[in-house]
Structure formats: C-alpha cells, structure tokens
Ligand binder design. Structure first.
Ligand code: SAH
Length: 464
C-alpha cells in the first residue's frame, strides 16, 4: 500500500495554502468544509478565495512565500504553477515533519487528496495513490450513483442511539447483529425516505423490546419507457430490496432483470379490452402482500402518475394505512421524444405540450377537441393507436390543418424502436402499411419536422 488512508480532524487547525488561483481555491474549499483555518500566501488572491479565508477566520498574506509561513500549521498545500516553488514548499514542510500536499506532483507529497463521496458523517475516500486520479474519480461517480444522498442520515440515527444500544447489548456480536438489522430493514427505509421521526420511533420500539410489527411497504416505481438506463437511482435501489415485484406488460424484461434476484415476480398485465387482472384486484393484492410484511415494488411503465392509475393504487393503500412511496419515472412522452429527436416544445413551433389519452371511452365525444387544435401546441397521445383514425379526423374537423406533421413512435427508447413520420392526413395509413403495434406514442405538431432538420437517425441516442 503506497499511502495509508487516514481521516484528518482539521477543526480549528491552521492550514497553509501557497497559491491564490483556481486550484488553491478548490483545495481551500475542502479544507474550509472540514473546519480548517486558512492561511493563504500569494502575491494575488482571487475574490472568492478571499471570502473563503475570511469566513474560515483565517488570514491572507499578499506576498511571495517564505519559510516562516509554515509556523503553527498542521498541514501544507502547495498549489502554485511554479514547480521550483512547489518543490521548495515541499522540502521545507518535510524538514519540519509537517504533512504536505503538492497539487499534481505525487512525488512531492507526503499526503494526497482522495476523491470523496460526502454523505457526512459518512465519508468515502478513493485514491489511486496519485497514479490515476481520473480512475479514482470514475469510481467515486459510481458510488455517488448507488449510495443515496441521504445515506449519511443513517449514521446520524445510529449516533443518537449508540449509547443506549451499547448499554443494552454489552456483547459486540449482539450489537453488530442489531445494527445490521436496523441498517437493512424498515427502520433504514424510513430514514432514507426522509421520515426521521418515524425511524426513531421504530428504533426505540425495537430497543424497548416491543414485538416487531410485520410492517410491509409498497413502492410505486416508475420504470421509464423501456431503456433500463433511464431508471432513477431511487427506483433501482428499491427494486433491489423488494421481496415481491408486481409488473405489467409495459415493463421491459431488461428492467425486470434488475430487481432483486430472489424477489417473487407477479405479472398483473392488462391488455387493452382484455383486463387480465382487474384494477381492484391489483389494489387488493398490494394491500394483502404489504400486510404480510413484504416490501412490494409495483413497477409501472413510464411515470406512475401519468396514465398509470398510480393514484387509484395509493388511494387503496392509504385507506388501509399501508406505508408507501412513489418514485417518479421518465414518461413515454419524454423518453420517446428524446430518442426520436423531436423536441416537445420549441420557441418557434410550440409554446406548450399536452399529454392526452387516446383511449376514447365513447366514440368521439370525450376529448376536448376545440382545445386541441391550437397550432402552437404539441399533442402527445398515449394509447392512441386504436382510436387514431378518429383522433386525426376530429382534429382536422375542428380546425387543425390536415398537413400538420405527426409521428408514430413504437417501443420508444428500446432497441426495437421504430419511428414513422407523416401528417394528420396519412397517419392511420402509415399504421396499416407498417403494421405498427402497441405500445406506440403519437406526437402531433410542427416540432415533428425538427427530426429531419436535426438529421436524426435511429440509434442516435444509443438505444438498447
Ligand atoms: N405511465 C406510462 C403510460 C401508460 S399508458 C408513462 O408514463 O409512460 C400506456 C401508453 O403509453 C401506451 O399505449 C403508449 O402510448 C405509451 N407508451 C408507454 N411506453 C411506451 C414506449 N416505450 N414507446 C411508445 N409508447 C409508449
């Protein structure tokens, strides 16, 4: 091991930074975050750095470096673009036995800055010993993505109960088992969901020896339009801790694969006009599973609250007092538009966009056609394939021009994505000609022409 990782308590300690430029500023920010008092020496110091020095209660010395500047400092940073000066600072610090860091010169360093994932009080440091800082940063980026931003709050929770737990369980093994249980179960879930008070209540109950209530929970998770890369971090985290997953037809197999391996998978898909599992039965199933103490992920295509009946499902959960979380997803309109190269709004073509259900309940009467014909408005029809001939003819009948550009996007964002463009006049014909099937999104409006202008080609977005 080239360098031993240690965490340095700098609160109230004086640190010397030689240099007043951008890099000195970056290092100084970290030092100030850790509570250090800054002493910065440089002939010129930028405004932002000056403010930082002041707020740290430190001092700025506007001249060249001199050896006596090291007096009283516990750590030295050389951040100038003068190599010989940096080397001088390094050797002076080493002569005094004070740790020194020279930016971008590992050979002159006795300590180096790691890449940091800050979930204070939890801090993760990654280092390549100065050999490949970019690699360390990439690893850091990966960790940033799978450790939720609020993870540090778990450490805070543990800190508040540490003494109590220690007193109750003098034995180390017992304590370890206790905390493992806390950090991997419903108590941690509550804390991560921002319900700190409830997490504390549950932890206290656990310590008081109350029998654990089988407390299941339902996560209504938006799985996006198909490309697994479009999942949110939160969706993925909850999918990986689920006991049961309920999913429907719109959820791509590649996404299902990302759920916890040993989770039970229940298909509750509905086909249009062929309701495989009626909605109220799904609602009941969610309630029953949660009551058995299970963590249930209800995976929905796109966003649960956009034509996803998410509202109905949580209504039922709320009525039974079952805790739930809703995780938004990228809705088909955003995903398909981005992957097909059609901006939904554009200053010159469309000042608004409207998401409309194309599932016509009773013939032609149930859509506000008059509101849909403004030329500066993009329309996005979900579930619009069956009713497409009616949709196109009603729009034209109510005043939208028959040559209004329109697009069909089938299985958008997936490797099977197909896009066909035409006009309100010939869109239904395109469906027949190319045997377009569900799920397909229909976009109507001038913005569709931008696809050609942008010279968009299939796979431009790297579809899976
Ligand atoms: N909650 C979903 C929509 C459910 S309604 C969301 O927010 O996206 C189902 C309709 O969404 C389909 O009939 C189709 O019109 C559209 N849709 C969903 N995923 C799609 C995809 N990958 N490509 C094209 N259309 C899609």
């Amino acid at each position: 091991m080239e360098f031993l990782p240690l965490f340095h308590n700098l609160r109230g300690a004086r640190v010397l930074v030689v240099g007043g430029g951008e890099i000195a500023l970056r290092k100084s920010r970290l030092l100030a975050d850790a509570g250090a008092i800054l002493r910065v020496v440089a002939p010129e110091i930028g405004t932002e750095l000056r403010e930082l020095i002041d707020s740290s209660g430190g001092e700025q010395i506007l001249r060249g470096y001199n050896e006596a500047d090291l007096n009283g400092c516990v750590l030295i940073i050389a951040a100038t673009d003068d190599e010989s000066l940096n080397a001088q600072v390094s050797s002076d610090a080493r002569a005094r036995g004070v740790p020194v860091n020279v930016v971008d010169a590992p050979a002159l360093c006795s300590v180096i800055f790691p890449a940091i994932v800050d979930r204070s009080p939890l801090v993760i440091a990654v280092s390549s010993g100065g050999d490949a800082p970019v690699l360390a940063r990439l690893i850091r980026a990966r960790m940033e993505s799978w450790i939720p931003p609020t993870y540090g709050h778990l450490a805070g929770l543990a800190a508040r109960f540490r003494h109590q737990v220690k007193k109750l369980f003098p034995n180390v093994q017992q304590r370890r088992a206790f905390w493992e249980d806390v950090f991997q179960g419903p108590i941690a879930d509550r804390q991560l969901a921002g319900q700190g008070a409830e997490a504390e209540r549950l932890l206290q109950a656990k310590l008081d020896g109350e029998p654990p209530v089988a407390s299941g929970e339902v996560y209504l998770v938006g799985a996006g339009p198909g490309d697994p890369d479009l999942l949110t971090f939160r969706a993925l985290r909850l999918m990986q801790q689920a006991d049961v997953v309920l999913y429907d037809r719109l959820v791509a197999p590649a996404i299902l694969e990302l759920c916890r391996r040993d989770a039970d998978r229940i298909y509750v898909g509905k086909k249009r006009a062929d309701h495989a599992v009626p909605q109220d039965q799904i609602n009941q199933q969610l309630v029953d599973l949660a009551k058995q103490g299970k963590r249930v992920v209800r995976l929905k295509g796109g966003d649960p609250f956009i034509f996803g009946r998410g509202g109905e499902e949580i209504e039922e959960l709320a009525a039974h007092g079952i805790p739930f979380q809703v995780v938004p997803g990228i809705t088909a309109a955003s995903g398909c538009a981005a992957y097909a190269g059609i901006p939904l709004t554009h200053r010159d073509y469309a000042q608004s966009v409207r998401f409309v259900t194309g599932h016509l309940k009773d013939g032609t009467s149930d859509l506000p056609w008059k509101d849909l014909v403004s030329p500066a408005q993009t329309l996005v029809f979900y579930m619009g394939l069956i009713g497409l001939p009616i949709i196109c003819s009603e729009l034209v009948k109510h005043g939208r021009s028959a040559d209004t550009p329109a697009a069909l996007i089938q299985q958008g964002t997936t490797s099977n994505q197909r896009v066909f463009t035409g006009t309100l006049a010939n869109l239904p014909q395109l469906v027949a000609e190319h045997e377009v099937h569900a799920p397909t999104l229909v976009i109507v409006g001038e913005v569709v022409t931008l696809r050609d202008k942008l010279k968009w080609f299939e796979g431009a977005q790297g579809t899976v």
